[in-house]
Write a protein that binds this ligand. Structure first.
Ligand code: DQQ
Length: 540
């Protein structure tokens, strides 16, 4: 009912109704951005006849929903069209590789291509008559073989693609090669496997430039790139960096997955099923991810929808070559309206400062802190191995010396509801540690929603770089970026009082040492235009 529509977002991508999950085959084609995504036409829970829904945009922010691109119709996908990717073949011909659940409930890989290449919206797709092009190989269970990546071309002109899998207790990226993109041959060994993880879902494999934030096409093979190997497992999206040698299809990782909290993640909150694509016009790689709900499936059925897509993020390699950086695409700034600013404002211990004059339920906030007398930070003798645990044990109400300080977003006037995004600074034997937390423990007076607190380290040296935070706030989602994109945490919250005009924004300092807000800029965000296209409004 209407009261439940408190949680619909104003500038995040979401379907008009029902359940969505993974982004599929995102691309830019002839000036139009395409987003396909896993969708259940029949309800607000994951379904047994999943389709590829399809939306288009000129700016990644305003979207038009078209008719579904792939529906279960053939023996090779009659039980669902699951996730997959798009590869743009020469003469800019996009082709889809996707996982079908076939008549025997096996996971098989199928090919689809546009019915009419001169249709600028690529509204209709036809499935290759010889599908499936890949079936579960010997020794691989038919339920552990899915989510083909965007393909890339080797120096030999052959196409390569990775399929996520798990067999012999190893999470792995199975490699296939093809000369014509129609018949595919499995390579004798996976391009990467590890006994430290479960099933690899939605793998991604792409080059990133060394010393440049520019993106490159998947098939670029030159010495000043590294390759990202990403896999979804244990409910999170993890990655490693390494070097890919095309002649031998060999991937040499800089570090391996450990299956522990030290593994690098795109986002340390709710962010899954992600997929990147290369935007060749703006020479940037863009990352999409599914952000699921933290309420119950009963809530989802009652409110009639479930799932959001993150704000698309540009993603690139940091100058040290040891992690990826992410930042909301600049097009999101078009939605910025009324702005308020604060400069050089000292925040004494136990102080809360309201940021007035913007719509706190849909806002974009950037804040930079100065920390005088940093040398007085608490000493930490051991490194933090589990930031999330530390944030959960020491939430926004637990005083430290430097921290907790940060933002209270989607906060009620009396602070009975608030989501705290904050930092703690520690001094160690060899330098400083910056901890970032997203504390949902007081986010809602409601029960029955997941209020797990998230945490992560921000690899900056606070002696040389200021502690900075950007949060995109949109009714029931908060996407936070620290250290100019070094660390991001996405969360879902369902306040009962801090909604619409009842939502407020504060800066706070609960540490015993004062800190300085050297700069805060906050904007009201207007609504994106996300709507049904006439001729597809009949479909659910
Ligand atoms: N969701 C898809 C699968 C994928 C999983 C089905 C990841 O293809 O492995 O909707 O969220």
């Amino acid at each position: 009912e209407a009261s439940d529509q408190l949680y619909r977002t104003s500038f995040h991508f979401q379907s008009p109704q029902n359940w969505l999950n993974d982004p599929n085959g995102p691309m830019l084609h002839k000036g139009i951005y395409h987003l396909f995504y896993q969708y259940n036409p029949k309800g607000a829970v994951f379904g047994d006849k999943m389709v590829w829904a399809h939306s288009v945009s000129c700016d990644l922010i305003n979207w038009m929903h078209l008719r579904h691109a792939l529906c279960p119709t053939e023996p090779f996908d009659i039980n669902s069209c699951w996730s997959g990717s798009i590869t743009i073949l020469p003469e800019s011909r996009p082709v889809i590789l996707y996982t079908g659940i076939d008549a025997d409930n096996r996971q098989v890989q199928n090919l689809a291509m546009p019915k009419n290449l001169s249709d600028p919206l690529l509204t209709e797709w036809i499935k290759f008559s010889q599908n499936p092009v890949m079936t579960p190989p010997q020794g691989v269970d038919a339920h552990n073989f899915r989510d083909p990546t965007t393909a890339w071309q080797g120096l030999d002109g052959k196409w390569r693609v990775i399929v996520g899998s798990w067999s012999n207790n190893q999470g792995m990226a199975i490699l296939y090669r093809s000369k014509d993109f129609l018949s595919w041959t499995k390579s004798e060994s996976p391009i990467y496997s590890t006994d430290k993880t479960g099933m690899w879902e939605c793998p991604d494999f792409y080059p990133v430039r060394i010393n440049s934030s520019e993106g490159v096409d998947n098939s670029i093979l030159n010495p000043n790139i590294k390759h990202v190997m990403k896999a979804g497992f244990s409910s999170h999206d993890y990655y490693i960096l390494g070097t890919y040698v095309p002649e031998m299809d060999k991937y040499t990782p800089d570090t391996n997955f450990t299956g522990t909290t030290v593994d690098l993640r795109y986002d340390y909150g709710k962010f899954y099923g992600s997929k990147t694509f290369f935007d060749s016009v703006n020479r940037r790689r863009i990352l999409w991810a599914w952000v699921n709900e933290s309420d119950s499936s009963e809530d989802d059925i009652r409110k009639g929808w479930s799932g959001l897509q993150s704000i698309p993020r540009q993603i690139w390699l940091d100058s040290g070559g040891t992690q990826l950086l992410q930042w909301p695409v600049e097009e999101i700034n078009e939605l910025r309206g009324n702005k308020v600013s604060i400069a050089h404002r000292k925040l004494e211990s136990e102080s809360v400062l309201e940021v007035n004059g913007i719509t706190a339920s849909q806002a974009d906030v950037e804040i930079v802190f100065d920390l005088p007398e940093l040398e007085n930070a608490e000493f930490l003798k051991d490194p933090i191995l589990d930031p999330e645990l530390l944030c959960s044990n020491a939430n926004a109400s637990v005083k430290g010396r430097f921290g907790p300080f940060g933002l209270l977003v989607l906060a009620a006037k009396d602070l009975t509801e608030k989501t705290a995004i904050f930092f703690r600074i520690f001094r160690g034997k060899n330098g400083y540690t910056v901890l970032m937390c997203s504390d949902q423990s007081r986010s809602s007076l409601r029960d029955g929603v997941d209020k797990t607190t998230f945490g992560a380290l921000v690899k900056i040296d606070p002696r040389r770089e200021k502690v900075s935070l950007r949060s995109l706030i949109d009714h029931s989602i908060v996407e936070s970026f620290a250290g100019e994109g070094r660390t991001s945490i996405t969360t879902r919250v369902y306040p009962t009082v801090a909604v619409h005009e009842g939502a407020h924004l504060y800066v706070f300092n609960n540490g015993t040492k004062s800190v300085v807000v050297s700069r805060l800029d906050a904007w009201s965000m207007s609504n994106a235009r996300i709507k049904q296209y006439e001729d597809s409004s009949h479909q659910s």
